[in-house]
Design a protein around this ligand. Sequence first.
Ligand code: SF4
Length: 244
Amino acid sequence: MRDVKGRIHSLESFGTVDGPGVRFVVFLQGCPMRCAYCHNPDTWFIEQGKEMDADELLQEILKYRNYIKSGGVTFSGGEPMMQMDFLIAMGKRLKQQGIHMAVDTSGVCFDEQDQLFMQKLEELLHVCDLFLLDIKQIDEQKHRALSGHGNAQILAFAQYLSQAGKPVWIRHVLVPQITAEEDQLRQLRAFLDTLHNVEKVEVLPYHTMGEVKYEKLGIAYRLKGMTAPSAEQIAEAKAILGAE
Ligand code: SF4
């Protein structure tokens, strides 16, 4: 198989929150978004991180094969779909080994006008078993204010995956006053109701643990003073979104 190199931020050998079962999680370097609540700003710049080739990473994963047999491997980030060739190369290797593959993505790279990207996406769909799709804000303007990007590509990607019949878990980071308003949660639920492939919805409560990374990197933290959502707010959001 042709070898391909990827830029890796970090590896986690026993992940339990990024997809079904116990998972080996590969955090890829690089993200075009700048979400105010991002707790991994150290993944933003693709030129940083460590270069690793696909065979080398597979060998590392295989050391944990017994532990991840009920789970699999999740590619997260950063934005993993910035490195499509590497994702496809890894997906082919994992499929050959019978290991479940998930991709945790914001969907922001999706571009139906880009034929090369769409060809690669089709290849990825052949080898990837599950997408964890983060829908940050259903309101376009608010999404732009939160992340620096609109959400049209992201919603189009969700529809594309639905048409392709590819299983998806939807994730929504809950930030008080920013992504927790009842109206928007109801609109998001209505959008999800138009999809046919949503296996699960997860509400991820905002936390402030990433703040210290911003200080270290010398980047201004836009949510300074923001508190985590209350148990009530979390329960209400879960009820509206039909989350577990
Ligand atoms: S998409 Fe994810 S990695 Fe990128 S800025 Fe947003 S939260 Fe951070």
